[in-house]
Design a protein around this ligand. Structure first.
Ligand SMILES: *Cc1c(COP(=O)(O)O)cnc(C)c1O
Length: 358
């Protein structure tokens, strides 16, 4: 008899893939933080340890995406994001490993300075070509449509210079540009299977998985994995970039495309997607006291580093949900650590001023 897991694995195996990660990542208890919060059984899935260039969730995605780049015989990967992008750093590393060029269109606010620190420093070390562009106001950079005026000229320029360009969407999530299938999310369907098996080995029920959600591909992949092998598991996305209705719609749409590509007739209903935007604070990349408290508690209770943009925010959400009783006592919760720790350094000022010694 073939199990649901084997069926999904076989489907995933029909897509080309290059090895970039160290898997499986550990699933570890957070006993001290669980005690501190009272009653919740907390584990952490260490995807900050995926192994590519300081780790993070983009490594799993890039295994499928870079295989598509190679299959399409591109020699140059063009992508875009904010200046301190984890996606761009891991893309630059993957390109270096595979002998490809990476051209990064980095969106900068007119008021912020360019400092070679954190991810931007690492982009440079990996030899990526960096094109900083000024982007005013509130752009929706999760969709190509929101940044096309900034990205298209770079693609044109690369083509004119004789390069075979692969335009990869921000975060490797929404199927756009040269990526016509949501390949990034495939990495997180597989990650869910990996997590499910690890939980089974520990005899751990998988009630709730909590993660930071940005371009929605990670949550979409996990949601598909859960739907196919563990429908009782709730996947909760803490939005770090957009408002809940829009991010939920991205998650749902990507998940449906993944299901379709995997040959499943299942589809995701609107009410099956949980995205919370009440921890967004002032918006993407804006730290606040809750984030600082989450970073401090996790560091000092567990010896684990979170980041100021993604995992600090999702942990601040998790802590608040437990305190408000929305994540229940005795419930088994897995916090997905999606990486991002290189951004700790460029945020030094905010961190120092918000994390008091205690
Ligand atoms: C990109 C990123 C996320 C969000 O993943 P999406 O698939 O874009 O939603 C979460 N955490 C970190 C550290 C990231 O770099």
């Amino acid at each position: 008899m073939t199990t649901a897991i084997e069926t999904v694995r076989q489907r995933l195996a029909s897509f080309p893939r290059v090895r970039l990660t160290h898997l499986p990542t550990p699933l570890e208890p957070m006993d001290s933080l669980s005690r501190e919060l009272g009653g919740v059984q907390l584990h952490i899935k260490r995807d900050d340890q995926t192994g590519l260039a300081f780790g993070g969730n983009k490594a799993r995605k890039l295994e499928f995406i870079m295989a598509d780049v190679l299959r399409k015989r591109a020699d140059t990967v063009v992508t875009w994001a904010g200046v301190q992008s984890n996606w761009c750093r891991q893309t630059a590393a993957a390109a270096a490993r595979l002998g490809l060029r990476a051209v990064l269109v980095l969106l900068k606010k007119p008021t912020s300075a360019i400092v070679f620190d954190g991810n931007l420093l690492l982009d440079q070390v990996f030899g990526a070509e960096i094109r900083v562009v000024e982007s005013e106001g509130e752009r929706n950079f999760l969709e190509l449509g929101g940044v096309e005026d900034l990205v298209a000229p770079v693609v044109e320029e690369e083509r004119a210079a004789g390069h075979q360009v692969y335009l990869a969407p921000v975060g490797g999530s929404i199927p756009e540009g040269s990526m016509d299938v949501p390949l990034g999310a495939f990495g997180y369907v597989e990650a869910f299977l990996e997590l499910f098996e690890q939980a089974q080995e520990l005899g751990l029920p998988l009630d709730t998985v909590i993660l930071a959600t940005g371009s929605a591909g990670t949550q979409a992949g996990l949601l598909v994995g859960a739907k196919l092998v563990s429908p009782q598991t709730r996947v909760v996305g803490i939005s770090v970039a957009g408002e809940a209705p829009q991010v939920s719609e991205y998650v749902r749409a990507i998940a449906d495309r993944v299901l379709e590509e995997l040959g499943s007739s299942e589809r995701v209903a609107e009410d099956e997607v949980t995205v919370l935007d009440e921890y967004l604070g002032e918006g993407y990349g804006m730290m606040n006291q809750g984030v600082a408290d989450a970073i401090r508690m996790t560091a000092r209770q567990e010896g684990v580093l979170l980041d100021p943009v993604y995992t600090g925010k999702s942990m601040s959400g998790l802590i608040d949900l437990v305190r408000k009783g929305k994540v229940g006592a005795g419930e088994s919760v897995v916090f997905l650590h999606t990486g991002g720790t290189p951004a700790l350094f460029p945020y030094r000022e905010e961190i120092v001023s918000l994390i008091e010694g205690e």
